[in-house]
Design a protein around this ligand. Sequence first.
Ligand code: ARG
Length: 266
Amino acid sequence: MKKVTKVMLLIIIAVVGLVLSGCNQKDVNELEVIKKRGKLIVGTSPDYPPYEFIDVETGEVIGFDIEIAKEIAKDLGVELEIKEMSFNGLLAALTTGNVDIVLAGMTPTPERMESVDFSDIYYTAVQTVIVHADNKDTISSLDGLVGKQVGVQKGTIQAEIAAEIEGAKVKELGKITDLVMELKFKNIDALIVELPVAESYVKNNSDLYLTSITFEEVDGGSAVAVKKNSPELLTEINKTLKRLMDENLIDKFVTEATNKVNADEE
Ligand code: ARG
């Protein structure tokens, strides 16, 4: 009986092993999955105008990243669904299959490339600093940030930049919208974001001021993140991006989204 149990156990282990190795070998073609489903699920963090933000009138997520997402879905011949989440939850959502791709003004970094793949860069912006208008004269250069509370969004490259500023105290929050409130209430002294985002918030909040501080050496390129090993999907996405860039549509989307941000002011 004991011997039989052992043999049985060995057989079970062998079968389970075979099944598992079979699963590993079976490549999931993300492109096919999306096409079969008839819907592309995009993850984003809509606190980043003009990239992605909430339309105050409709409550919908809009922005130039969303326009790009629409074009990708259109070229794939599928519907589009936008899933909102915190920026620092996006990559986990992608690797666990909660979303198909991420468009969130996300910059490809070596660290991120360990867990996901990126498309070609479709837009580039420099990093800059916004402050409360009352402090525009005290914080006009990097030195002005010494001893100050610098706000950054959790999990972003801005968080890495802030960590390098000597003497600055860094406050990380999940949402840019909360950081903007903190800045307005002077709970933080400065906020690092990409230039178009800084311009959007400053245009809509007369108590905020855009400094001339920039971190030019940090490449703020945006790319679409996809699950690792999805070459078919990646090729299709790059095709759409190329078409949009060739037709100057990305610039058009950026301008339109920026105007929309400003329109919310009235
Ligand atoms: N480009 C920066 C990064 O990749 C910030 C992106 C923040 N995006 C957002 N939707 N809040 O880290």
